[in-house]
Design a protein around this ligand. Structure first.
Ligand SMILES: N[C@@H](CCC(=O)N[C@@H](CS)C(=O)NCC(=O)O)C(=O)O
Length: 204
């Protein structure tokens, strides 16, 4: 059985859990406390020198890191990756956007507020994350105000990648009220067959 090295609160880990659940693929989950440096041990660094989860370990011993690369691999030849090559590139476009403009702002603000002691957080740094995070949401709203999903053709790994931290933006003290297109899309994603919550454990 595949092993997902993971942290239950992590949106990056959740992306992989969500796709595996859609695909009905069983996996075992190993939990790491990222606030206690558990991904920085010699044992874990031997698996991933970058010291981060998620890491998916296959039954033949190969490992894959980087949430969006894992999504891309697992989605091959499934409906979660469009077959048209231009639509595939559009999915990647959104996934690179997620890693450059969205996750470094919304996920980091959430991490500071949700996982660390709020008193340790510098207000000016937080405000910069919020400002850039809202810019990323503005970009998503332009698309989702007019389309059901991020890529033409339906629900895909692009939606999974961006859903992960958008649907918990409130935990970063961010308000999705001004984003009706995003809010409708969040509901659409949550209605997909095999949807699981970010808090859902019990994978064996
Ligand atoms: N770009 C990576 C980011 C992975 C990442 O930042 N993982 C965090 C948890 S969300 C982590 O393992 N942090 C532990 C550490 O840096 O020590 C991905 O998409 O998988």
């Amino acid at each position: 059985m595949m092993i997902l090295h993971d942290n239950l609160g992590s949106g990056n880990g959740y992306k992989v859990r969500l796709l595996l659940s859609h695909l009905g693929q069983p996996f075992k989950r190993i939990e790491y406390d990222v606030t206690k440096g558990e991904t920085r041990t010699a044992e874990f660094l031997a698996l991933n020198p970058d010291g981060r989860i998620p890491l998916l370990q296959f039954t033949d011993g190969r490992v894959l890191t980087q949430s969006n690369a894992i999504l891309f691999f697992l989605a091959q030849k499934t409906s979660y990756l469009p077959s048209d090559s231009f639509a595939q590139a559009q999915a990647l476009q959104w996934m690179f956007f997620e890693q450059y403009s969205h996750e470094p702002n919304i996920a980091v603000a959430r991490y500071w507020l949700y996982f660390l002691d709020r008193a340790e957080v510098q207000q000016t740094q937080l405000e910069e994350k919020w400002q850039k995070g809202y810019q990323a949401l503005d970009v998503m709203e332009q698309r989702l105000g007019a389309a059901d999903y991020l890529v033409d053709g339906g629900y895909s790994i692009a939606d999974i990648a961006l859903y992960a931290y958008t649907h918990v933006a409130d935990e970063a003290d961010m308000d999705l009220g001004p984003y009706p297109g995003i809010r409708r899309w969040l509901d659409r994603v949550a209605e997909q067959p095999g949807h699981v919550l970010i808090t859902q454990d019990g994978f064996s």
